[in-house]
Write a protein that binds this ligand. Sequence first.
Ligand code: CA
Length: 361
Amino acid sequence: MERRKFLTGTALVGAGVAATTLAAPAIAGGHEKLTMVTSWGRGAAGVFDAAQHFADSVNAMSDGTLEIDIKAQGELVSGLPAVFDAVTSGQADMYHAADYYYIGQHPAFAFFTAVPFGMVPSEMMNWYYHMGGHELHRELGEEFGLVSFLGGNTGPQAGGWFKKEIKSSADFNGLKFRMPGLGGKALGKLGASVQTIPGSEIYQALASGAIDALEWIGPWADEKMGFQEITKIYYTSGFHEPGAALSVATNQDRFNSLSPAHQKMIEIASAETHQWSLAQFKANNSQALTRLIAGGVTALEFPDEVWDAFGKASKEVMDENMDDELFKKTSESMQSAMRQSANWDSLSAGAYTAQRTRVLG
Ligand code: CA
């Protein structure tokens, strides 16, 4: 009798273990909450949307077991460097930002947003996912205790808003211009007084005269900012960000504390947000430009002489950073991938688009 009781008890314990094992996949890693700081004002069109989309995707994919708590610019920390510092110090778990805000920490961060005369979005995706870009991003991030992924893309950015028309490169001399990254450094070579300020502060800076001109993103996001209320002069093409990627970077120790499944969800949601975000910008830009023009905005292109000056200044800026080994290695990898991708794109999609326009009119 005693023996029988013992066996029954064992069987019950066994059933209990089995039930626990079966339930385990749904709670892999338990419930985790990650605080994500961003460089974007809450609700900023496109960029904050990308951060929100990433968070929503992770929450849904993990069945609520990995929760992303977004803190917009100013909610936990203020200013662009503070976003980076919060994550490297462990005050926050991750950030959603444009990595070129951190060229002061390392110039190679520029490559993972955009460099002047760099890649358009399709070239960026080829390089990042199949031609070594992601590995270089991870290598750079690890120097700062970060695990980095691309997690958004604005598409090609506009040249910006000006209070006076640009007739020659000399018009940049003394111009107070908001432009981050290495593009901003290039404008500095043309004599501009370049400032990097968060998107949420640009409108006021332009309205008050603290800056004379600015670039933000493109027609849709710019329209939401309301720059057209202050000036009507808009340059639609720019040299500085031909396809600006956004990043999701997680504190490395915190990332390593997560289950492999949760880690993979962060990677997958980042990549999916990269695509989703690019499409959101591209789907909205044309209609926004039509509305801006209907509202009195003049859409202009810089003269060739200005583009030539942008090119010369950009090359100088890139060359100045080549003594950094990781910058040089990343630049060579990017340039090689860009040339290869551009060649095939020109022969395939480029030729097709020209023919489609010709045949269909
Ligand atoms: Ca920009």
